[in-house]
Design a protein around this ligand. Structure first.
Ligand SMILES: [Zn+2]
Length: 71
């Protein structure tokens, strides 16, 4: 059997090791539900935060300058 002991709250897979994102401690306190991530989701989440911010920032700048130039 390849199933792990712990359940990843992000992808729903059962894994042998889960990690809790310390950054989300405030969020967890509000929802009262601990967020456990498998190693893959934990890393993806940390990187995704920065990547998403960059993409959104770039899109916003491009869209704004384009709209301003047309009008
Ligand atoms: Zn996961």
């Amino acid at each position: 059997m390849s199933e792990g002991t712990y359940l990843c709250d992000t992808c729903g897979r059962r894994v042998n090791t889960v990690r809790r994102d310390v950054v989300d401690r405030d969020y967890n306190a509000l929802s009262k539900a601990p967020l456990w991530n498998c190693e893959a989701c934990y890393q993806r989440k940390r990187q995704g935060r920065t990547d998403t911010a960059k993409v959104v920032a770039n899109s916003a700048v491009g869209g704004l300058s384009e709209t301003a130039g047309n009008s």
